[in-house]
Design a protein around this ligand. Sequence first.
Ligand SMILES: C[S@@+](CC[C@H](N)C(=O)[O-])C[C@H]1O[C@@H](n2cnc3c(N)ncnc32)[C@H](O)[C@@H]1O
Length: 239
Amino acid sequence: MSDTDHSTTLTWDTAAAAAAYRRRDMRLAERLIFPTALHHLGRPARPDAAVLDIGCGTGVLAALMARTHGWTVHGLDVSPHMLEIARTDNAHPRIDYHLFDGRSLPDIADGTVDAAVCCLVYCTDPDDHRLAALTSEIERVLRPGAPYILADLNPDATGEQFSTLRYGEPKTTYSDGDSVPVVLRRLDGTTDALTCHFRTLATYTSLLTDAGFPTPTVDLPTDTATIAPYMVLTTHKDR
Ligand SMILES: C[S@@+](CC[C@H](N)C(=O)[O-])C[C@H]1O[C@@H](n2cnc3c(N)ncnc32)[C@H](O)[C@@H]1O
């Protein structure tokens, strides 16, 4: 991975971060995290079944869910810059995109949503209280038995150089709450630097169980001998 000027480390709420995320090399995500999340999501049981894509970013996963899996998708994000790109790059008749506050879903009634997916979002949000509130809201709006797929960077893979990303410095130990430098590869081989936030698998699990979800199953997809770059936690609204 060749280097770029990393004197600027981007925070996720900026237009620059959205532009960087749009130009990232997605090949590892397309091989590992997206198909695994889609596998656990499954196909809609009814033609009009709807999935919430929480933190939809530039809309790549939303488009996969709508185009290839037949879901109606409500894409929600806290960044107007990400949503602007999503509406441009990943528009689809079965997707709508909305700005929200990252913690509450006041317009959605209890027990009315068929599924929810949240991919690579918790690692970008430093605020534990906001994520706890958001997770409780997701639990509230899901129908009994509906799946919640929480996919993210694998906390056990910090410092590993993957083909398209590195999460954390080599030989560095991170603890809950630590900021972690992330390097994302662009398609031209240069890179962007952003900041993420470390949480252990135990903390992810507690966020889910404290919100009322059963303990998740953990999938660590990898297509090489190396450690998995991502983890996919699957749980569901209790019946
Ligand atoms: C790394 S991007 C992931 C985008 C997309 N889910 C994907 O997998 O490509 C993280 C996104 O999460 C959004 N985000 C951060 N905190 C959030 C929160 N509490 N609720 C919803 N979105 C959030 C950011 O604005 C950003 O668009």
